[in-house]
Design a protein around this ligand. Structure first.
Ligand SMILES: NC(=O)c1ccc[n+]([C@@H]2O[C@H](COP(=O)([O-])OP(=O)(O)OC[C@H]3O[C@@H](n4cnc5c(N)ncnc54)[C@H](O)[C@@H]3O)[C@@H](O)[C@H]2O)c1
Ligand SMILES: [Zn+2]
Length: 363
């Protein structure tokens, strides 16, 4: 088992990563003096796979644990689901002495974290992420929240968990497409801050794709370390944390232009990183060999779904919405080399359109 510490003064917490972690959750909670009254938030699918057994273990260890089941899917990541959870908590007499445990992918983690942040102005919570994306990204860093009908992740709070437990065994049941989608976020860490990690990723890609536990332990813990470092230094997403958005400016625009229908988030980020790499090459930040090497590695992760009916207008519109949110200029994260970034806000629309055309015509 590996342990990564997220350093945030009195709110520091551990991320535990390894196999067999789910069996030991009651022990880890007891060690940290967790409250006896626990509410386990999960969706019906993940609860059947891992939640039932976890609940039994918690009960046997003397915790007063109850499950709260939410429907599966991003379309339920909204205030209605949050309201339903509050209602249940209140009906069950939950108070400031209760804790919440979020078991599932990023959707469950974001909802559970937001409920924990706001119920009684904040109760302790534990993240048990079960998708690769949640293990390397959404469960670390303390961003919680839900979607509004007018946009994704518009309602939320920064709220840190007390513990994150990553059980590598849960990856075994993850559908191939969700696993692959998480790998784009993984390679992102190497590209933005850690050249050695990129080299490791590139040379061990086959073992990674086969989800070999020892390799995955190393990969996931490195991602958590890197995200923890970046978020401890910049908890509220000012400048440094921006680099985590590498590939995301294009990615979000693609997701919006595809109306979230046939692209998973990680896949959109895969395309977005290719675009950002081409842009870095155009600006003379990296040489052709480096650009080819990065793009080749991204394509080797797996087949990206076709982006049919792509509309420049829709993508540019999505970018201009992002722009308004960021204060009237879009910050593009470009590479200066593998493991090094540069933030630019002087990228013109024509350049973006040209790059999009290159990507869509190459597929
Ligand atoms: N808070 C953050 O910093 C942050 C960062 C990145 C993404 N996110 C959010 O994360 C969400 C996406 O997360 P996701 O990709 O994990 O999606 P998800 O939570 O919807 O999970 C994907 C699917 O996998 C299923 N699943 C989960 N674990 C499984 C397992 N072990 N075996 C089999 N099936 C399993 C889920 O039930 C779901 O159907 C988005 O809402 C995004 O906004 C948040
Ligand atoms: Zn992302």
């Amino acid at each position: 088992m590996k342990k990564v510490q997220v350093e945030l003064a009195h709110r520091s917490y551990d991320i535990l990563i390894g196999t067999g972690i789910l069996e030991r959750v009651p022990e880890f909670l007891a060690e940290r003096g967790a409250r006896r009254r626990l509410f386990l938030v999960s969706n019906t699918h993940v609860f059947r796979l891992y939640g039932e057994a976890l609940l039994q273990r918690l009960l046997s260890a003397g915790f007063e644990a109850t499950q709260i089941l939410i429907p599966d899917g991003e379309k339920h990541k909204n205030l209605q689901t949050v309201e339903n959870i509050y209602t249940y908590l209140i009906a069950q007499g939950a108070d400031r002495c209760s804790s919440l445990v979020a078991l599932g992918g990023g959707v469950t983690g974001d909802i559970g974290g937001f409920v924990a942040a706001t119920f009684h102005r904040g109760i302790p919570y534990v993240q048990i992420p079960t998708t690769l994306l949640a293990q390397v990204d959404s469960s670390v860093g303390g961003k919680t929240g839900v979607n509004h009908s007018l946009g994704k992740n518009l309602i939320g709070a920064f709220y840190q968990p007390n513990l994150v437990c990553v059980d590598l065994d849960t990856l075994a049941s993850l559908p191939p497409r969700d696993f692959q989608s998480g790998l784009y976020e993984v390679v992102k860490y190497g590209l933005i801050v850690d050249r050695e990690f990129f080299d490791y990723f590139e040379s061990n890609l086959e073992a990674i794709k086969q989800r070999v536990p020892e390799v995955m332990e190393r990969v996931i813990s490195r991602c958590c370390e890197l995200k923890a470092e970046v978020t401890s230094a910049d908890e509220r997403e000012k400048d440094l944390r921006r680099i985590l958005n590498f590939g995301h400016t294009f990615g979000h625009a693609l997701e919006a232009a595809a109306k979230y229908e046939n692209l998973l988030h990680g896949e959109a980020v895969g395309y977005g990183m290719i675009a950002a790499t081409l842009l870095s090459r155009e600006k003379g930040n990296i040489d052709q060999a480096t650009a080819d090497r990065i793009i080749d590695c991204i394509y080797r992760i797996g087949v990206l779904p076709r982006i049919d009916h792509f509309s420049h207008e829709a993508a540019l519109q999505a970018m201009s919405r992002d722009k308004k949110r960021q204060g009237d200029c879009i910050h593009f994260v470009l590479l200066k080399g593998i493991g090094e970034t540069e933030i630019r806000s002087d990228i013109h629309e024509e350049t973006l359109i040209r790059i999009w055309d290159r990507i869509t015509s190459e597929r």
